[in-house]
Design a protein around this ligand. Structure first.
Ligand code: PEP
Ligand code: MN
Length: 329
């Protein structure tokens, strides 16, 4: 970290800042410049809030050199085993309905998805809907039905948790999803971290990659060791699609972190016919897998029917993505 200070600042004031830095467990070396002096801070600055130094009127600017997300920026390749697949090593296909609607729906679909090449079954039991009048999910019953589908197909399951009161219900869920709207619900994140199971952290609708990684850091520093990131599109000035799929985050994240990165084209684009091209794009920019919403009967889905593909369309996507991955290997 570099703290730029005004020249000719009273020595006592600079000494007070140096003392404060010492108290934070770091040292600083002063370099005299032409127009400004700089304090080159040496040591672990992870826990230091660089903004706090701007409270000193002689501090011109502060520049962080190392990332504020120390655990998330560890470069040792992380492999997260869930069922028969290894995130970070195998390309993973996660598929399922937006919401679990009935036993017949989820069990039949799970079997079709398994046959089509899905590795993990998704399904929302607690749905974060924009309108309070929209279908909110089946709650506890939804989790029970997902577990039934898991039992019958052997597919591991992923579902979104919306509140701390739901923690016990997720004991047998293989991956706990923290949705876009809860990416900065730090109390929820800290509690989910203690579950000691894989967590998929979706990017918030209006969050930067750094904020997203700091939320991942919350998980990692509170006990979660297996964190998977999911890019699901962000809100931009563009309104022709549901969101804008930020594919640029993938190579950046692969370069900066050791965490597997999944692309969710469904929530990004919101239109079923555009899922395939975006799935192919996600695979080609280096994502570790895809999460795709699939429904047995999209026209009658209780949520997100417009973006749901059928299992036949999902199979076509899987086949094409596999061909692409083979071609660019
Ligand atoms: C979901 O995956 O079910 C979901 C609600 O997605 P997001 O949090 O990305 O909107
Ligand atoms: Mn959905």
């Amino acid at each position: 970290m570099i703290i730029v200070i005004k020249k000719h600042t009273d020595k006592d004031r600079v000494d007070a800042l140096l003392k404060k830095l010492n108290g934070m467990g770091v040292n600083a070396v002063i370099t005299q410049g032409e127009s400004f002096d700089t304090l080159n801070v040496i040591g672990d600055t992870t826990k230091i809030d660089e903004q706090s130094f701007k409270a000193y009127d002689f501090v011109e600017s502060v520049k962080r050199i190392s990332a504020p997300f120390k655990l998330a920026s560890d470069k040792t390749q992380k492999v997260i085993k869930v069922g028969n697949v290894n995130f970070g090593k195998d390309f993973v296909f996660i598929a399922g309905p937006c919401a679990v609607e009935s036993e017949k729906q989820i069990v039949e679909l799970a079997q079709d998805l398994k046959n089509a090449g899905a590795n993990i079954l998704r399904g929302g039991a607690f749905k974060p809907r924009t309108s309070p009048y929209s279908f909110q999910g089946l709650y506890d019953e939804g989790i029970k039905l997902l577990l039934k589908a898991k039992q019958q197909t052997g597919l591991p399951i992923i579902s979104e948790i919306m509140g701390v009161s739901q923690l016990d219900l997720f004991c047998d869920v293989d991956i706990v999803q923290i949705g876009a709207r809860n990416m900065q619900n730090f109390e929820l994140i800290k509690n989910v971290a203690t579950l000691n199971k894989p967590v998929m952290l979706k990017r918030g609708l209006a969050n930067t990659v750094t904020e997203w990684l700091l939320s991942a850091e919350y998980l990692l520093s509170n006990g979660a060791s297996d964190v998977i990131l999911c890019e699901r599109g962000i809100r931009t000035f563009e309104t022709t699609t549901r969101a804008t799929l930020d594919l640029t985050s993938v190579p950046y994240l692969k370069d900066t972190t050791n965490l597997p990165v999944i692309i969710d084209p469904s929530h990004a684009v919101g239109v079923s016919k555009f899922i395939k091209p975006l799935a192919l794009a996600g695979a080609s920019v280096g994502a570790d897998g895809l999460m795709i919403e699939v429904h047995n009967d999209p026209e009658n889905a209780l949520s997100d029917g417009a973006q749901a593909v059928t299992s036949a369309q999902f199979k076509d996507i899987v086949d094409n993505v596999k061909q692409l991955l083979n071609a660019i290997k």
